[in-house]
Design a protein around this ligand. Structure first.
Ligand SMILES: [Zn+2]
Length: 315
């Protein structure tokens, strides 16, 4: 299904008022008219890719991964083709799924795109991001764990909730806010109906959304033929990049107050070892970050603590 559902001015105003912790602002890096819209960054996750419904299809060593990565590269190449249709000349694809980030088959990626792959990317998917990019796409995204969406989760199952400035967010909000830190508008998201609706609402209707499946549960969905999603994503990418000069980066109000709910008290205690983090409840921590990049770095450090052998060894 499509999406881009342009709201009325009143609808947009109401949606904007509901954003709370999010504000639109002009680009931090280059003024909008000076940005290079031929340079596009594409962040790729795997949970919201056409056809994928199971962890057996998303894990590098799983038996069905080989088939699923064909669907993955189909969605990515469709986005690349749509960007090219709209005039892009420099396209960087960031593989962001899992800890190893080696999901997109290198030899099947569209030859117009470069690929960032492999682990230990310090700034998560945006290790190589900077203010020279004109627009960002998010392909294969998913909702947070509070809704019955396909593979709904945060970075790790230990994280049960994330709020920024008091409002629940999902991974896609952080991804878009991090791009906004560099002044880059995120103009396209693909995934199920939950993540599409969420990002459409948070952007006040500005972000183009391409729904590639109807989630029925965390591990089932009404899917569409790959050929159809390829066409939809290509058309969405073309439209989104065409609108990039008018699309504002979405940023959180600064400073960002970030709260995390965890599964075990020991996890909250270990994350609160960081001097900037306080344990606010048995299962919760909070910190204040001066901007989205600092929030992102702190979240990555928290994630490294959560997935350390000490925490993983807990019975
Ligand atoms: Zn993922």
């Amino acid at each position: 299904m499509k999406a881009w559902n342009r709201r009325s001015f009143l609808g947009s105003a109401l949606a904007s008022a509901a954003l709370g912790g999010l504000t639109r602002r002009s680009a931090l890096g280059l003024p909008a008219q000076a940005r290079d819209y031929s340079k596009v960054a594409i962040s790729v996750d795997m949970e919201g890719i056409s056809g994928i419904v199971s962890s057996r299809e998303r894990l590098l060593d799983a038996p069905e991964f080989a088939a699923a990565r064909k669907w993955l590269v189909s969605d990515v190449n469709a986005a690349v083709e749509g960007a090219l249709d709209a005039g892009a000349t420099r396209i960087t694809v960031h593989d962001t799924h899992g800890s190893e980030k080696r999901n997109i088959p290198y030899d099947e990626l569209h030859p117009a795109a470069n690929l960032i792959r492999g682990g230990n990317q310090f700034f998560w998917e945006y290790d190589a991001l900077d203010s020279s990019y004109g627009a960002a796409f998010m392909i294969g995204m998913h909702a947070g764990p509070l809704v019955p969406a396909l593979a709904s989760h945060y970075f790790t199952s230990s994280i049960r909730g994330i709020r920024v400035n008091g409002r629940p967010i999902a991974e896609s909000h952080m991804t878009a806010a991090l791009a906004a830190h560099f002044g880059i508008p995120t103009v396209l998201v693909t995934g199920d109906q939950f993540v599409c609706r969420m990002m459409r609402e948070w952007s006040g209707g500005e972000m183009v959304t391409v729904q590639i499946a109807d989630s029925l549960a965390r591990n089932s969905a009404i899917t569409m033929p790959l050929e159809k999603t390829r066409k939809l994503i290509r058309a969405g990418a073309r439209e989104a990049l065409g609108k990039a000069p008018e699309t504002k980066p979405l940023a959180f109000d600064k400073p960002l107050r970030v709260e995390l709910d965890l599964a075990y008290p020991e996890e909250a205690k270990s994350i609160a070892l960081m001097p900037t983090v306080e344990q606010t409840e048995d299962l919760s921590i909070a910190f204040t970050a001066k901007d989205a990049l600092e929030a992102h770095k702190t979240l990555i450090a928290a994630l490294l603590i959560l997935t350390s052998p000490v925490n993983l060894a807990r019975p």
